[in-house]
Design a protein around this ligand. Structure first.
Ligand code: ADP
Ligand code: NA
Length: 329
């Protein structure tokens, strides 16, 4: 009854790394290239739930827009916009917040994790998943590509959609998750392969960002933590460090893990790092050049975000109008 529409978002909290690229952006490009109806949101309202520097945030928003375009997001085919430019997200979040319960939100794992180190927990951090549900439902999205760590948030979104429909009449589709756990799984931190590669890791050497200089990329890969076995074998449980390098290598060359292991037999892990670094550099270089061109043309970026805002608002405002009517507002 609802046409297929895919919604996804990403926070402008720092430079995009290979994990984000492989775990999220590469999937979006595939969906876009399969002509899916795709809406991509730069989730800036989510990124103020933790303390932030306003100047960094505005820079990160522009850099993220440039990165997405540089990776191949085509603003003609995909709606790319900045969340705070479409007030319907915040308003629907309020409406959904009124049918959410404190008890339900307290159980979500991400909240527990993120608040663990905080003495005073911002209300925004607590209701973060409600805003995420609003993002999706604002567009009546039917499919949401997410990593496994997001499944519980999507379940909340499904519950809120059902609850709203039951109380106030059919309004929202129940969105499905498109699990994007690729064959590579999660890319791991280069410094501590028991953790995932993350923007929020304080050690910048733990991740390879698309905007890193070539020298940095090479040096980070050469310093990646492996183990004391010198052979190159793939075993993510016993040898997470070298296996992570093989996964990255496989992704950037599109060669299978098996083929790679056969090809590099005889190299030790130190020599293998040079091979991986070369492969990553060749893959990332054209993307970097493209990102740099966009960053140097901020007028164009702002124009793209403005077009995205208008296209997103048109859909959002119509849906929000129905929400108002059904709520009796
Ligand atoms: P980060 O931890 O870097 O801040 P986010 O939580 O903002 O990443 O996630 C943005 C997107 O990137 C999500 O779709 C998430 O599943 C994906 N992602 C993040 N880190 C990785 C990783 N190490 N490997 C694969 N995908 C990842
Ligand atoms: Na994060």
């Amino acid at each position: 009854q609802y046409p297929k529409r895919i919604f996804s978002g990403i926070q402008p909290t720092g430079s995009i790394h290979l994990g984000n690229y492989l775990g999220a952006i590469a999937q979006w490009i595939n969906l876009q290239n399969n002509n899916e109806d795709l809406i991509l949101c730069i989730a800036d309202l989510h990124s103020i739930t933790l303390p932030h520097e306003p100047e960094n945030l505005s820079r990160n928003i522009i850099e993220l827009a440039a990165t997405l375009l540089g990776c191949g997001i085509d603003p003609e085919r995909t709606i790319l916009f900045q969340q705070s430019n479409v007030p319907a997200h915040a308003e629907l979040s309020w409406c959904l917040g009124c049918i959410s319960t404190m008890a339900r939100l307290a159980h979500l794992p991400q909240y527990k994790e993120k608040s663990a180190s905080l003495k005073d927990i911002p209300l925004g951090l607590y209701i973060y998943p409600v805003l995420q549900a609003a993002d999706i439902l604002t567009y009546k999205a039917t499919h949401v590509p997410v990593g496994e760590d997001q499944i519980q948030q999507i379940q909340l979104c499904q519950e809120l959609a059902r609850m709203f429909n039951n109380r106030y009449g059919q309004t929202f589709p129940i969105p499905h998750t498109l699990i994007t756990s690729s064959e590579y799984g999660r890319i791991k931190s280069l410094r501590d392969p028991s953790k995932k590669m993350s923007k929020s890791d304080p050690d910048a050497k733990s991740r390879i960002c698309l905007t890193d200089s070539i020298d940095d990329i090479v040096s980070k890969i050469k310093k990646a933590v492996t183990d004391c076995t010198s052979q190159v074998t793939y075993n993510p449980d016993e040898r997470p460090g070298v296996s992570n390098l093989i996964s990255i290598h496989s992704f950037v060359t599109k060669k299978s893990v098996g083929d790679i292991c056969r090809e590099v037999e005889g190299l030790n892990t130190g020599q293998y790092k040079t091979v991986v670094a070369d492969a990553v550099v060749s893959y990332v270089k054209p993307i970097q050049e493209s990102i740099a061109r966009y960053i140097n043309d901020q007028g164009y970026l702002l124009e793209i975000l403005n077009i995205g805002k208008n296209r997103a608002s048109e859909i959002a405002n119509e849906n929000l109008k129905q929400v108002h009517e059904n709520l009796g507002l």
